[in-house]
Design a protein around this ligand. Structure first.
Ligand SMILES: Cc1cc2nc3c(=O)[nH]c(=O)nc-3n(C[C@H](O)[C@H](O)[C@H](O)COP(=O)(O)O)c2cc1C
Length: 390
């Protein structure tokens, strides 16, 4: 079973992540992981922090001579900004205690975290609640993505809305264009308006959110299961995406929209295969690649809504944790829009869930063992009468 755990504070020495359960024999290098981390740092509307950090995941264990060993893969992403925070974030007590953050920020973990963990300094909460942690998730996700790439799976994301401006991409999405787009958008006209919306929010001391769509191609049929609630692929994907900071809604396939439609407009007709390279064929993919809690052989298509950044340069009214008096919320260098970056994190989380379900189905302690199991299964997938099953 594939699992991972992250540690680290936003302005601490760095983030660490351990990924366990990756079969031996997978080619893996730091350059591949670095490319994913760089994608997370891009995007119009990011703040000064992203100019300081140039994320790099150092592999500490689990890889030898360019191949995974089947042992836990530990990685370290150092925080460059740590140099400026050594006193404040010192592990040993400093002579002069750092000034406590007490001006609570609405929309953050500040208030609930301070109550739950009995803290008088909100920094003890915000350092870990920060989305800086998602750099470690992207490093872990890169390993999962590299693994699933061996089986033809490909991960993408594109932004469909920022600040109320909706993209209307025409035809198949040009992923190379999306990568070049400052807002990861497939629609050039919407891209321009989205950037204007970000500029206007920044000018007003405000922030904007939006919607991202993650797409995964070549997902084999039958990952996840209908037999138990916690094995359903749709449930696992929703939980993983919802766990990303600021994500407030997840929709698989046509999701919310399908509530307006009749059944005949909603479900994907199964039709006789005309493309011999495919075991099954559908007229549409409104379900977004899952049926009955399992992958149905179509691309996985999941959208999620990201709320606007909570830290505003024109802060919201709030209350001081120490005195209970009215204050303006604490402001710390912050993004204006993080939606494109959230898409990259969404891809990573989808890869981690799919890799876990893939290994549950196909197992294997070595990549070739997994491949054998996968290939044997894929031979069984298709209309029974066609003699494809064994
Ligand atoms: C990639 C990314 C970057 C973010 N950057 C910031 C930021 O610079 N400032 C901020 O206040 N919130 C930022 N956030 C959002 C906060 O982490 C989020 O609003 C906070 O965790 C509370 O959201 P929650 O209620 O969903 O946990 C970012 C989120 C993501 C996904």
């Amino acid at each position: 079973m594939l699992r991972f755990l992250t540690a680290g504070e936003s302005h601490g020495k760095g983030l660490t992540v351990i990924v366990e359960g990756v079969p031996a024999g997978l080619p893996l290098d730091e350059a591949y992981i670095r490319a994913q981390l760089a994608r997370r740092q891009r995007g119009y509307g990011r703040g000064g922090r992203m100019q300081i950090e140039q994320d790099y995941a150092e592999i500490l264990s689990g890889v030898r001579q360019g191949l995974t060993l089947g042992t836990p893969i530990a990685m370290l992403v150092r925080n460059k900004d740590w140099e400026n925070w050594q006193e404040v974030m010192s592990i040993t007590p400093t002579e002069e205690p750092p000034k406590a953050v007490t001006r609570l920020r609405p929309g953050h973990a500040d208030l609930a975290g301070a109550m739950k963990y009995g803290q008088s300094d909100v920094r003890n909460i915000l350092e870990r609640a920060s989305a800086r942690e998602t750099a470690a998730r992207v490093a872990a996700g890169a390993v999962a993505r590299r693994f699933l790439g061996e089986f033809g799976m490909a991960f993408h994301s594109h932004v469909t809305c920022i600040g109320g401006v909706w993209a209307r991409p025409q035809g198949a999405i040009d992923w190379a264009r999306v990568e070049e787009s400052p807002v990861h958008c497939a629609d050039p006209e919407a891209e321009r308006q989205m950037m204007e919306a970000i500029d206007a929010a920044k000018e007003a001391g405000d922030t904007v959110g939006g919607v991202v769509q993650v797409m995964v191609e070549n997902v084999p049929i039958g990952l996840g299961s209908h037999v138990q609630w916690d094995r359903r692929l749709d449930g696992l994907i929703a939980q993983a995406l919802m766990s990303i900071n600021a994500v407030k809604a997840v929709s698989i396939g046509d999701g919310w929209e399908s509530a307006n439609w009749r059944g005949s407009q909603t479900h994907d007709v199964i039709e006789p295969v005309t493309d011999p390279s495919r075991p099954w064929q559908r007229k549409t993919n409104r379900a977004g690649g899952t049926e009955g809690g399992m992958s149905d052989g179509m691309s996985l298509v999941v959208s999620f809504a990201v709320k606007p950044i909570s830290t505003l340069s024109k802060p919201l009214p709030s209350v001081d944790l120490a005195t209970g008096e009215t204050v303006q919320a604490h402001y710390e260098r912050s993004d204006v829009c993080q939606v494109p970056a959230a898409g990259v994190i969404g891809e990573a989380m989808a890869a981690l869930v799919l890799a876990r379900c893939f290994l549950e189905k196909f197992g294997g302690d070595h990549l070739e063992e997994t491949r054998r199991n996968f290939t044997a299964y894929m031979k069984t997938v298709g209309p029974r009468g066609r003699g494809q099953h064994v």
